[in-house]
Write a protein that binds this ligand. Structure first.
Ligand code: BGC
Length: 266
């Protein structure tokens, strides 16, 4: 049987207390990986409880998971995070840079500098800090996979979200450059660009029938994706089944990039 096998792999998934991260944590554990469920801060009891619930669900299902907290926008916290993973897991084989935020909607001339910077710090710098720490370790073992979760908005401009689109386009180029740097070392670096997936990040949209109908019209398949539909692709890409793939973005968007508005007119 051609199954996805991550047995013996140690995977750190940032932002895995909810949404896509949670689904990936569950899928990776199901495929046999030991999962570091990362969340932002113990100062946020709801987030901490959510992360613990993810780890508990995985453990109850017979998998292996532990929780880790760090503000990934701070390089020093990322360094400590990786040291904690070293001491509790003995190293890392897979990093999924999933933690991210859309940010506050604001046109370019109205946005607050601080808010713009926060999105770049979390979505781009945070991913870079984690990738850099992971690569130091993966280089020594000459094996590893980094998956960066970008978005269809690495390609599609999005009014009011210039920090987000810039961060995601930047993360795409970070993916390619790191892949080029590591291609001969046994390390693979890939990106997944999800479309509109039903998670807490876009809850205000899918809970509003009018906004949901508008979003559905932007997707060729006519529906939002489910977190599991990203998680299974991520598990495949992280596995040896994808051993000849590096430096590219895999789009998982139900056809959002097919510009369904062009079924008519033009
Ligand atoms: C965003 C979502 C949005 C989707 C489609 C994602 O990258 O995080 O909020 O619904 O893109 O626009």
């Amino acid at each position: 049987m051609l199954g996805i096998d991550l047995a013996g792999r140690r995977a750190l998934i940032t932002g895995s207390s909810s949404g896509l991260g949670r689904a990936m944590a569950e899928a990776f554990a199901e495929a046999g990986a030991q999962v570091a469920v990362h969340y932002r801060s113990p100062d946020d009891p709801a987030d901490q409880a959510a992360a613990q619930a993810v780890a508990a669900a995985i453990t109850q299902a017979g998998g292996k998971a532990q929780t880790f907290a760090a503000d990934i926008s701070q390089a020093a916290e990322v360094e400590s995070l990786f040291k904690a993973v070293d001491s509790r897991f003995g190293g890392i084989d897979i990093l999924v840079n999933n933690a991210g935020m859309d940010g506050v909607r604001a046109l370019g001339w109205e946005s607050q500098t601080g808010a713009w910077e926060t999105v770049i710090r979390v979505d781009l710098l945070g991913a870079y800090y984690c990738a850099s720490q992971a690569l130091k370790r993966m280089n020594r073992q000459k094996r590893g996979v980094i998956l960066n979760i970008t978005s269809v908005h690495e390609f599609i401009p999005w009014e009011g979200y210039s920090a987000y689109t810039s961060a995601k386009a930047g993360l795409s180029m970070l993916t390619k450059t790191l892949a080029q740097e590591t291609a001969e070392t046994g390390i693979r670096v890939l990106a997944i660009a999800p479309g509109a997936i039903q998670t807490p990040i876009n809850q205000s949209v899918w809970q509003d029938p009018k906004m949901l109908a508008d979003l559905d019209r932007k997707i060729a398949m006519g529906r939002l994706g489910k977190p599991r539909e990203i998680a299974t692709v991520a598990a495949f890409l992280a596995s040896d089944l994808a051993s000849y793939m590096t430096g590219t973005t895999v789009v998982v968007d139900g056809g959002m990039l097919l510009y369904p508005a062009f079924r008519h007119g033009g």
